[in-house]
Design a protein around this ligand. Sequence first.
Ligand code: CTP
Length: 413
Amino acid sequence: MSVRGKTVVVGVSGGIAAYKICETVRLLAQAGATVQVILTRAAEEFVTPLTLQTLSGHPVARHTFDLTEESEIGHIRLADTADALLVAPATANVVAKLAAGIADDLLTTVVLATRAPVLVAPAMNVHMWENVTVQANVARLRETGRLLIEPDSGALACGYEGAGRLPEPDVLVEEVAVAVSEKSLVGRHVLVTAGPTWEALDPVRHLANRSSGKMGFAVAKVARRRGARVTLVTGPTALEDPRGIECVHVTSAREMEKAALQHAAAADCVVMAAAVGDYRPVEIARHKIKRGRGDLDLRLTANPDILARISALPGQRLLVGFAAETRDLVANARRKLQAKGVQLMVANDVTAPDAGFDVDTNVVTLIDRTGRVERLDKMSKEDVAGAILDRVRDLRAPCAALRAESRRLRPRQ
Ligand code: CTP
C-alpha cells in the first residue's frame, strides 16, 4: 500500500465518529505508515489516548503548552515530519477554525504550520452539515487547498438520516494514500479491465473462470492515486466499486469488448487485466437445459480478442496485457506480446503458490518490447500494480522526450 514509509499525522476532534479513527489508525499502521495522533480535548471524551497510543505505537499529542509533551513531540516537528495530515472527524467547530486560520490548540496549530497536504473529513448532524455557515466554511477550506473528504449519507448517531457520516476507515486510508502518492499520471486517462467474463449457457448457467478481479482493481486504484482519470470495465466480481473511479459493469466478453473499445478510444493507456473467456456457447438456450439420459455436447464459438482489437484502433496509446500461463511462462508471454501488439506484458504463472486467482499477492514477470525481462518477487497486488505503472511511466517518458526533442528541432514555419 502506498502509505508505507510515510508519516501520517491524524488529528481527531470531538465527535461520536471518533470511534472510527481507532480502526483508521490501526489500518494506517498495519500498512506501514508512521502514525502520530493528535487529540483535541473534546476528542478525549470519545476515545482515550491510551487506545490510540497502543494502536499507533507512538505517544499521543494532546496539549500545545504541556512542557513534557512539547519537548517530546513538538508541534513544529509534528507539522514538519508529516507527509499528510488527516483531520477526522472534523467537527463543525474545527472546520470553522481551519477555515478562519485560528490556531488555539495543538491540532489547529499543526494544521497551520504544516506544508504537507491536509485532508479534512467533516462529520456531524445533517442539519449542521447543511447549515449555510458550515457550507461556506467548507467552501473556504476547498479554496485554500485543503482536500475535503465528503461525508457519507445514511443513518446518523443523532437519530437523523442524511449526509454527515464519517466515511469508513478503509476510505479514509485510501484518501491518505491518494494524497501521499507520486503523481506521474496526472492528465492521463487510464482504462483498466478486470475480472472474469460469464458466457451464458441458459437462464441459470454460464461458463466462467476463477478470476476475482483483484489484480485489475488494484491497478485501477493505484492509477487513480497517481493522478490518472480511471475507467474500470469489470466483469462480475465480489469487489466493491473503488471510490473516485468510473466503473462500467459488464458480463460477457462481447459486452466487455464493446465497453473497452468505446473507452479505449480516448485513453492514453489501457491495462487489460481481465480474464476474458475465449469461447462462448454457439446458442444460449431460452429455457433451462434439462438433464437428459446421456452426455451433453456443448458447441462453442470463439470470442473476439479484445486486446488485439484495441491495438488495431487508430491513435496512440500504451497497451499493457496480462498473460495467464500454466507453463512456458516467458515464451508464451513473449509470443502474446507480439501477437497482440502491446508494449508491456505481465506474465503470470497462475499455478504458482500465492499468485494468480483470488489471492492478495502475485508473482509476475514483466516483459517489454525492448526484450527486457524482469521477474518480480512475491508482493501484494497493489505493489505489482505500482511496478506496472512505474513501467508505464518509464515507457511513456522516452516517447514524450522524443516528441519534445523533435518539436525543438522542427524548423520554424
Ligand atoms: N484477452 C483479450 N481478449 C480475449 C482473450 C484475452 O483481450 N478474448 C487479453 C487478456 O485480457 C490479457 C491477454 O489478452 O491481457 C492475454 O490473455 P490470456 O488469457 O493469457 O491469453 P489468450 O489470448 O486468451 O491465450 P491462451 O488462452 O491461449 O493462453
